[in-house]
Design a protein around this ligand. Sequence first.
Ligand SMILES: [Zn+2]
Length: 306
Amino acid sequence: MNGVSCNLCGSARYEVRFQSEQHDVTVLDSCHYAATTDVYDGYGRVVECLRCRLLYTHPRLDATELLAAYRSVEDASYVVEIEGRRGAALRSLRAIERFKPSGRLLEVGCATGILLDVAQNRWQVEGVEPSHWAAEYARREFNVPVFAGTLEEARFPDSTFDVVVLADVIEHVADPKGLLREIRRILAPTGIAYVATPDVDSFFARVMKGAWWGLRPAHIFYFSRLTLQAALAEAGFRTLAISAYGKYFTLSYWVSRFKNYNPILCRTALQILAFCRLKDFLVYVNTHDSIEMIAQRVERRRNERN
Ligand SMILES: [Zn+2]
């Protein structure tokens, strides 16, 4: 367990934003770390930094325990929604290609490698993924090079990539600022980072409060546009574009997300979808409660620290 200060500004002063009903966060079930988990309750206490307004889980598991959980994740259901994830990947790539049309692309936390597979026609792709199961899946099914471990462990040389993708990952890691600095180091001088994460300051998050889907046991950091931009600036990036991030899933997947809110209604809706043969119908929903940010590496002045 860790009592930590704010990752962004270092302040230890905070106020509680969401009180946890779970008193012992040291016994998280491994299902919480799977990307497709629908277990949203039981998240730890979420606090807001009084200086920079970053939200984070406090207290929480230490970094070593956290990483061990991700290394052992096996999530076969992740590949069930593959067409939806391909749609989302294509959309992200289009956003990236407005600024960089081709080159070397790395995805950090690439899971089963769906984005890398979509990208590999135009890009020279590579992935990094802590889950050994997912990394092996990507290599076997899509024939893409994926390092099983963390970005730091991969030890890429300076200025290796033109683009680094970080989609729904930064909220899970123990040191987001350290990760962004490492990404900056391995990016070419005009390289760009693509970062997507839930938006804790969005209208939907504010209305849903403690029942918002973004509040999950495995999420440690909750960014807003302001705090994500500040984290990127601190790591040596200039923001090029900000937009709201949506998701493609089948109708049955969207409906199943409401299981925790109303299980009976959810079950009935799933039966109706199956009867109408609509359960695999692909739908893009943009609830405007995720942020998509594209930022370019900037050169630091000589008197600034790295
Ligand atoms: Zn702070």
